[in-house]
Design a binder for this molecule. Structure first.
Ligand code: FAD
Length: 302
């Protein structure tokens, strides 16, 4: 068996694998897609100490760094089931079963998409999902935020400090965000809130030039010109395959303590698949390191 098996080849998984391998223990990593969400990212400007890089390049560096160590890499495979006996057993979709003394789950998350015309085509060309990452690209521009929950309203408040104008579009008749956030939002002069509207299309050629929506009460179709659209309708953790074995929150995030430990002894988790509050590359990497050190502590005590 492995001493530590890592599931996921994104920033959290890569970091966990490197920290484990550097302890000289038997380490494996199951990486369905090395790089994870980073592969879908264009410019990265907030990985501290690197002023600018691009997703695919960053992902290649992650993989190269992991390959520098003695890590068993099982690529293009997904985990489908977890069992805990004396050892942790992970069954892959191809039927293979991997055994390990400790497990670090780093299967990440995915942004929920609207699924309207223009969204996929204009991704990274004005359609964005992460205000901390891409907000500064829209300085003095007009942007829309789709989604009136906490993440949408936090994004709108954040973007209002950068962009010229922010228009919020919420499908339901009222915003769902906490009252304090709504109060703050409505105190801002450069924000417009549209409720009970359904986004129909994101328009543009080379880049986003507007958004088309329907007033749900009247069915009337409207179009506004703008430069960017932030889709904020939820981040879905890739944890469905876990079932009930490991404790998860209502939205499926794995509950971890400050050492990355879950409720199951020997099972740790890191990165966007956990209930850690902020989802960023640098944060995922930090939590991957934490989980690896947590797992090592566990191993030397058992
Ligand atoms: P992920 O990157 O999601 O990696 C998960 C890994 O697990 C992948 O390898 C995946 O293939 C694998 N996996 C999934 N399910 C399974 C399974 N069942 N079995 C085995 N493996 C599985 N953050 C920044 O800091 N700066 C930015 O500029 C930035 N821009 C972004 C732009 C976009 C478009 C997106 C989508 C995100 C951006 N982020 C940015 C966020 C950042 O990419 C994430 O916070 C980070 O990648 C999370 O790392 P992770 O390792 O936890 O998960």
């Amino acid at each position: 068996p492995y001493d530590v098996l890592v599931l996921g080849g994104g920033p959290a998984g890569a970091s966990a694998a490197i920290y484990s391998a550097r302890k000289g223990i038997r380490t494996g990593i199951v990486a369905e897609r090395f790089g994870g969400q980073v592969l879908d990212t264009l410019g990265i400007e907030n990985f501290i100490s690197v002023k600018y890089t691009e997703g695919p390049k960053f992902a290649a560096h992650l993989e190269e760094h992991v390959r520098h160590y003695n890590v068993d890499i099982i690529s293009s495979q997904r985990a489908k089931q977890l069992r805990k006996g004396d050892l942790v057993e992970v069954e892959l979709e191809n039927g293979a079963v991997l055994r390990s003394k400790a497990l670090i789950i780093a299967t990440g998350a995915r942004w929920r998409t609207l699924g309207v015309p223009g969204e996929a085509e204009l991704k990274n060309k004005g359609v964005a999902y992460c205000p901390h990452c891409d907000g500064p690209l829209f300085q003095d521009k007009h942007v829309a935020v789709i989604g009136g929950g906490n993440s949408g309203i936090e994004a709108a408040i954040d973007l209002a400090g950068i962009a010229r104008h922010v228009t919020v579009l919420e499908f339901l008749p009222e915003l769902k965000a906490d009252d304090v956030l709504q109060k703050r939002l409505f105190s801002l002069a450069n924000v417009t809130v549209l409720t009970n509207v359904e986004t129909k299309e994101i328009t543009g050629g080379d880049k986003v030039d507007g958004i088309t929506y329907a007033e749900r009460s009247s069915g009337e179709i409207k179009h506004i010109e703008l430069d960017g659209v932030f889709v904020q309708i939820g981040l879905v953790p890739n944890t469905d395959w876990l079932g009930d074995v490991v404790e998860r929150t209502r939205i499926g995030e794995i509950v971890v303590d400050n050492r990355g430990a879950t409720n199951v002894p020997g099972v740790f988790a890191a990165g966007d698949c956990t209930n850690a509050p902020y989802k960023q590359i640098i944060i995922s990497m930090g939590s991957g390191a934490t989980a690896a050190l947590g797992a090592f502590d566990y191993l030397i005590r058992t």
